[in-house]
Design a protein around this ligand. Structure first.
Ligand code: FE2
Length: 323
């Protein structure tokens, strides 16, 4: 692929090379699997990765497929953890999230590429830009790894049973888009429904916004032949609910999950489920504090969420059709 061009200098903007059309997603080639784990937003958490490995190795179906759909890097700014997180993830399917895209961009553009909307405070955007700059110091020491990140796709499509599954990082138009955020899916607007329909998928799985939501859109709304499920896992490597210290991942399969699920639905014969990723919370906080002590950007921006979770509850994320 061509080198990623540098046209991004803040966490507010959405670079042009982030964009694609929903119709292009519908035309992409398809890989087939019976079981698909979708791990969005690991954020460099090595304890969450250890918990994920345990789930994958104890999965009952043969050869479960796993895709890290972006932002598997974030807090892992030391050489040791930059290497170990990426080496694990790159053994599986991966999408380039905005974090990996900016780490691979040469020269480094200085922004996180999050495309933060106006509802996000300037302080959060500034902290994100400081975090990516710190992480980039490790990435720049490993040009071969940067090249592997640059070569990753930004969308991927699967066939699971009789369901077409579209995996993205952000939304149906941009790898850092926010239209599949919780507030936009609870009462989706015409543009969002049109984009979802144009993907020609039965299930759309995403992440990026750090806030989980799972819902189904009825065929009466979308014009599709059956309901469409949209599931945003929030973050695999951070708490997603108030005082619930676990990450969240998505599993799609022709059989139900053998592991604990928080909520799910069944589309025709395919199960779509949200699984808690129960990592060692104390060990993770100790690890985080060693890398990001008080006063650093990541500590300022994330420590409260990592310790206590956001204010939302599981019920806030369980939309229409998910029980
Ligand atoms: Fe992201």
């Amino acid at each position: 692929m061509n080198s990623i061009s540098s046209d991004n200098n803040s966490g507010r903007t959405c670079p042009l090379d982030y964009r694609y059309k929903p119709q292009d997603l519908a035309a992409a080639s398809i890989d087939t699997t019976d079981t698909l784990y979708i791990v969005g937003g690991l954020y460099g958490n090595p304890l969450a990765l250890k918990a994920l490995d345990q789930l994958l190795t104890t999965e009952l179906t043969e050869n479960p497929r796993c895709i890290f759909n972006g932002d598997f890097n974030w807090f892992n700014h030391t050489d040791q953890y930059f290497l170990s997180i990426n080496e694990y993830a790159l053994q599986h399917d991966c999408l380039r999230g905005n974090v990996e895209t900016e780490l691979a961009r040469r020269p480094f553009a200085g922004g996180c590429g999050c495309g933060y909307p106006d509802t996000v405070a300037d302080s959060v955007v500034n902290w994100s830009n400081l975090i990516i700059a710190t992480l980039n110091a490790s990435a720049s020491e490993h040009p071969q790894l940067q090249a592997r990140l640059e070569a990753l796709p930004i969308t991927k499509r699967y066939q699971v049973g009789n369901a077409k599954v579209q995996v993205v990082h952000g939304d149906c138009q941009s790898l850092a888009g926010w239209s599949l955020a919780r507030e936009n899916l609870i009462d989706p607007q015409t543009n969002t429904i049109a984009d979802i329909s144009a993907c020609n998928a039965d299930i759309i799985a995403c992440t990026h916004t750090c806030e989980p939501i799972a819902t189904t859109l009825s065929s009466a709304i979308t014009g599709a032949t059956q309901d469409i499920a949209v599931i945003n896992n929030g973050a695999a490597g951070m708490p997603n609910f108030s005082h619930e210290p676990f990450g969240l991942i998505t599993r799609i399969g022709i059989t139900p999950s053998p592991h604990e699920t928080l909520y799910g639905t069944k589309l025709d014969s395919v199960y779509v489920e949200a699984l808690p990723l129960r990592y060692d919370q104390k060990a993770f906080l100790d690890w985080f504090l060693a890398l990001w002590p008080a006063g650093t950007a990541a500590h300022e921006s994330y420590f409260q969420r990592l310790s206590e979770g956001p204010k939302t509850t599981v019920a806030d994320s369980r939309g229409t059709g998910f029980t």
